[in-house]
Design a protein around this ligand. Structure first.
Ligand code: MG
Length: 278
């Protein structure tokens, strides 16, 4: 596996198709590392061996494996609150077990970090959902620790101070943050550069994604994702800030539009942009 440079450019991509073809497509963009998302419905039994072989054959390094869950929808903010991550009580146990399975899968691939959106963390620490999710995150951290893994929370759905207080309350050394500056903006959770002053010490990986603030006249709507450099993040100041806080991990480009052809074209342009900025 290649040794990575500080701030090496990578891509966030999803499993589902043939592992070798998937990795070759990502590599054809000009990167040799990235983060792999595992769809909630993907069958994990038996999948690890093919992924491991493909990664070795292509000398491609995964820095993170992301878990997603059956039944999640990102249609708008109320739907996210109702369906995403560890917050919905009805799916909590099933998703805890799925997270363990993703941790096992990542371990077979030799990947040192797993991550997920746990959903909207309630602001009130005495709220039953807060308590249940905090305890669940502790168990996931302890499980991941047995594989020598960190467990990273994707940012965006709550203000940085709420996330920081939650992390301190969970109190596990392998609990980290996958920082997505566009999510902070698209969910209206606060300025991402200021947020790095609050959660910076926990940031183990980042998404390079861009987006707009939510429209004021459409309550509950998420802001729109944009091509990197064309949204409200200010990608140049984001990279500068990462350097300023001493971040040395990879810059994982995330582009979430449906159109595959356009997505790949946008990622190519994003790689060009980041090469100039890093
Ligand atoms: Mg993201």
């Amino acid at each position: 596996m290649p040794d990575l440079e500080p701030l090496e450019i990578g891509v966030m991509f999803w499993a589902g198709g043939d592992p070798l073809e998937t990795i070759r497509e990502v590599k054809s963009l000009g990167v040799r590392c990235g983060q792999l998302g595992i769809p909630g419905e993907m069958e994990l039994d038996g999948a690890a061996q093919a992924w491991k072989q493909a990664l070795e054959a292509e000398q491609f390094r995964l820095v993170t494996v992301f878990a997603a869950y059956r039944g999640e929808s990102y249609a708008d903010i109320p739907t996210v609150q109702r369906t995403v991550g560890f917050i919905p009580p009805a799916t909590r146990q099933e998703r805890e077990e799925r997270t363990y399975a993703v941790s096992d899968f990542a371990a077979r691939l030799g990947v040192p970090s797993i991550a997920t959106h746990i959903g909207f963390i309630p602001e009130d620490p005495s709220h039953p959902d807060y308590v249940a999710v905090r305890d669940m995150v502790r168990r996931v951290c302890d499980y991941a620790a047995r594989h020598g893994q960190t467990f990273a929370l994707e940012t965006g759905q709550e203000p940085a101070r709420v996330l920081r207080r939650f992390i301190e309350d969970v109190d596990r050394p392998n609990l980290k943050v996958n920082f997505d500056p566009a999510n902070m903006i698209m969910y209206g959770s606060g300025d991402p550069i200021e947020a790095l002053d609050i959660v910076g010490p926990w940031v183990i990986s980042v998404h390079c994604k861009d987006g707009e603030w939510p429209a004021k006249d459409r309550p509950g709507a998420l802001g729109v994702e944009k091509r990197l450099g064309e949204g409200a993040v200010g990608i140049e100041r984001f990279i500068q800030k990462l350097k300023a806080i001493g971040y040395r991990g990879t810059l994982n480009i995330e582009r979430e539009i449906e159109d595959r052809h356009q997505r790949l074209a946008d990622i190519r342009d994003a790689i060009e942009l980041l090469r100039k900025l890093r």
